[in-house]
Structures are given as C-alpha cells and as structure tokens.
Write a protein that binds this ligand. Structure first.
Ligand SMILES: Cc1cc2nc3c(=O)[nH]c(=O)nc-3n(C[C@H](O)[C@H](O)[C@H](O)COP(=O)(O)OP(=O)(O)OC[C@H]3O[C@@H](n4cnc5c(N)ncnc54)[C@H](O)[C@@H]3O)c2cc1C
Length: 389
C-alpha cells in the first residue's frame, strides 16, 4: 500500500487529521488496532472548547453538534457552603459545548466513510520505520493475519499514550507528573442536577458533576490510586457525591439514577518533545497527557492537528517545509499552556494530605470566585485560547 500520509490511530486526532488533509487535497490511510465500533463507543472526554467547535463547524462537522451540543456559558466552583458561577461569556466572550468524544468520533467516522477514506481497523504489531528518510513506512498485521506494509511520504503518530509512535523518536525529552489520586467516573441514566458543570472542593476529596446530554449525567469522585471499582457499590458512590457536591445546600439536590458505566482513571501529566523527528510527526495523546480536570485532552489533540494539517499540505503539495519545521515548537507552546492549566486546576481542587495545602486551595478558590482578574484567567484557559497560541 502507498499513500501520502500514513496515520497511526483512529482516535479524534487521527480521524480529524485525515479529514483536514482530504480537504487540503492530501491523501492518507489510517491504521487502527481497535474496531470502529469500539473506537466510537469509548467513553472519554466531553467538553469542547470554542475553537474546537468553530473548527468542526468550519470543516463540515458541525451539523449534529449544533443540534445536540449543549452550549455552556461557564462553570460553578464550589467548596463547603459556597457555590459561585464563573461566566466565561461575560469574562472572555467565549463558551464551551458539552458534546461527548463518542459523538465527535461518530461524526468523524461517518464523514470519513462518506469520503471513501481508507481506515484499516483491527491491526496488530504496528511498527514505524525509516523515519529519517523521505520514504518512511508503517508495517502491521491485518485482521486476517496477513503482514502489510504502508509506504508514505510522512507518518503521523496519533496512537495515544500506549501506541508505538512515541517510542520511535530517538532520545526525546520527557516530563512527567503522576498524581497521588485518581478519578472514579460514572455515567448515569439520569437528567443532570445542574445546568452547568460543578467543580467541588471538599475535605473528603474533589467531586465533579458533568453531563453528556439532557438525560445522561457524568460524575466523578477523587479516590486514592489503586482503587478497585468493586469497593464502590452504587449507593456508596451516590452518598459520596451527595456529600461532596452539597446535596441540601441552599435547597440544591442531587438526583441519583441507574449507573451504566463505572471506571477508575489515574491522573497524569506527560509531555514528550520534540513532536517531530524526521518524517514522523506526533499529535494528541501520543505526545502529551493531561489530567482531565481542565477538560483539555481532546481539545489539545484537535489543536495539534489543526496546526499539522496545513503544515503537511504545504510540505507535500507545495514543497514548502516552513510550517512543518515550525510544527513542534508552535504546538508545544499550547501544550505547555494547557499542561500548566490542567495542573493548576487539579492542584487547586484535589484534597492532599497536607492541611497547609487545603488552606492555600481555599484561599485560591475564594480569590478566583471574587476577583474578575483571577476569574478571567481561568475562563480564558478553560474556554480555550485561539489556535496558534
Ligand atoms: C480512560 C480515559 C478517560 C478520559 N477522560 C477524559 C475526560 O473526562 N475529559 C477530557 O478532557 N479528556 C479525557 N481523556 C483524554 C482524551 O480522551 C484524550 O486526550 C483524547 O482521546 C486524545 O485523542 P487522541 O486521538 O490523541 O488519542 P486516542 O483517543 O487515545 O486515540 C489513539 C488511537 O490510537 C489507537 N492505537 C493505539 N495503539 C495503536 C497501534 N499500535 N496501532 C494502531 N493504532 C493504535 C487507539 O486504539 C486509539 O484509537 C480521557 C482519556 C482516557 C484514556
């Protein structure tokens, strides 16, 4: 097989990159370890920044998003006995939209299918070769067990945190922070008890009330690393959520419902740079991981490929390497901004074992909730900086 751009991974980064490249007249082939059904059902992120929404709209992926996405003006920040609304639209003129990663992936899958995009699902033993040459290639075993080789001008690793592309970069610089807590996340078939997300600091640990639709709630509890979901029967989860989210406070109530999904998500920050070596480019989780507190993971993947697609089009179509040469440095500016913001939100809101930290966190929360200058900083980062920042 031969193509211009070989893309490893059909997550949001890989699918959107192929869509953007197609619009720029550049062909690509995607290889993916999972089945299409698995990729489209994978429950992960759910908050789209303004720039992500604008881009999806601009490239013909905004129809269902406009119909089913829920535009939020801001978020609630909370600690015991206090809840404050931060209005991003008033503060920075930008909003966020609740629309699940599952839905983004389905929209992309349908658009790619309609365009005749070649996506090879259920491959194994993916490996990236000759990235220092102008003829890199990817090898893999297809679903029938046949060995395959995909030759390309460029390979893009969009294979997330466990894929092989990252390891193909020789001697990268890496930074990592592992947090001492995880999130126990649930999906529940119950209407959200709030109109916008509630981020709650609590002496028992952080809690977040999010949602996926008018009928489906997504909620999270801070739990220690290594927590087994079996230790958390449904009643225990709802009791902890009620306590941490302030059930009964100022007449607010949390309505429980049937839990349909339960999982533990470890919290980690990771950055690998450069995001390019020779003819291999990295995008999305393949190059960086953020803890989900700032809702940045999916948005960063989108921002990477929004930058990379025109760079590859200029390189391959116009033989102009300037944007491709600048890709890693330009992308990393935003990556580090989002890495800092995600760390900042995480450390402001999660219980640590140090009572001094708790006082600092409360002081910071009071400041963010009462100072327009502080709230504007949070709003600008949460609703998202423009692409190219
Ligand atoms: C469990 C979990 C929960 C999350 N929850 C949230 C959240 O609540 N909020 C938030 O903002 N973000 C969340 N994130 C982060 C967000 O989902 C990611 O940042 C986003 O999916 C990044 O997209 P991506 O395309 O770069 O990577 P991915 O979505 O990981 O896609 C990578 C793709 O590459 C494929 N792949 C891997 N190895 C190979 C291989 N060897 N060959 C071929 N294909 C391969 C994978 O199957 C996958 O389809 C979560 C992430 C995880 C893992």
């Amino acid at each position: 097989m031969r193509t211009q751009v070989a893309i490893v991974g059909a997550g949001p980064a890989g699918l959107l990159l192929s869509h953007l490249l197609d619009r720029a007249g550049v062909e690509s082939v995607i290889v993916e370890t999972r089945s299409r059904e698995y990729v489209e059902a994978r429950i992960r992120a759910g908050i789209l920044e303004q720039s992500t929404v604008d881009l999806l709209r601009e490239v013909g992926l905004g129809e269902r998003l406009a119909r089913e996405g829920d535009v939020h003006r801001g978020i609630y920040l909370q600690w015991p006995r206090e809840r404050h609304h931060l209005d991003f639209v008033d503060l920075v003129g930008r909003s966020v939209t609740v629309y699940g990663q599952t839905e983004v992936t389905k929209d992309l899958g349908r658009a790619r299918e309609a365009a005749g995009q070649e996506i090879v699902y259920e491959v194994t033993e993916t490996a990236v070769h000759d990235i220092d040459s102008e003829r890199p290639y990817v090898t893999f075993t297809d679903a029938d067990g046949a060995a395959q080789r995909l030759d390309a001008d460029v390979v893009v690793g969009c294979d997330g945190s466990f894929g092989p592309s990252r390891a193909a970069v020789p001697d990268p610089a890496t930074w990592e922070r592992t947090y001492s807590y995880s999130w126990l996340g649930i999906l529940a078939d119950v209407a959200p008890s709030t109109d916008e997300l509630i981020y709650a600091w609590h002496p028992d640990g952080f809690a977040l009330h999010s949602m996926r639709s008018a009928k489906v709630s997504r909620l999270y509890l801070q739990v220690p690393n290594g927590t087994d979901v079996a230790e958390w029967p449904d009643d225990r989860i709802w009791d902890a959520l009620a306590a941490r989210l302030g059930h009964g406070q100022d007449g607010w109530t949390l309505t429980p419902g049937p839990i349909t999904e339960k999982s533990v998500l470890p919290m980690r920050s990771f950055v690998q740079q450069p995001m390019r070596h020779g003819r291999l480019f990295l995008a999305g989780d393949a190059a960086h991981i953020v803890p989900p507190t700032g809702a940045k993971g999916l948005n960063l993947a989108v921002a990477d490929v929004a930058l990379l697609a025109p760079a590859l089009a200029a390189l391959l179509r116009d033989k102009d390497p300037a944007l491709a040469d600048a890709y890693s440095d330009t992308a990393l500016r935003r990556v580090w901004r989002c890495t800092h913001f995600s760390w900042w939100m995480t450390t402001m809101l999660h219980k640590s074992d140090d009572p001094f930290d708790a006082q600092l966190q409360l002081s910071q929360l009071r400041w963010v909730a009462s100072s327009t200058a502080a709230a504007t900083g949070l709003a600008e980062n949460y609703a998202g900086l423009p692409f190219g920042y």
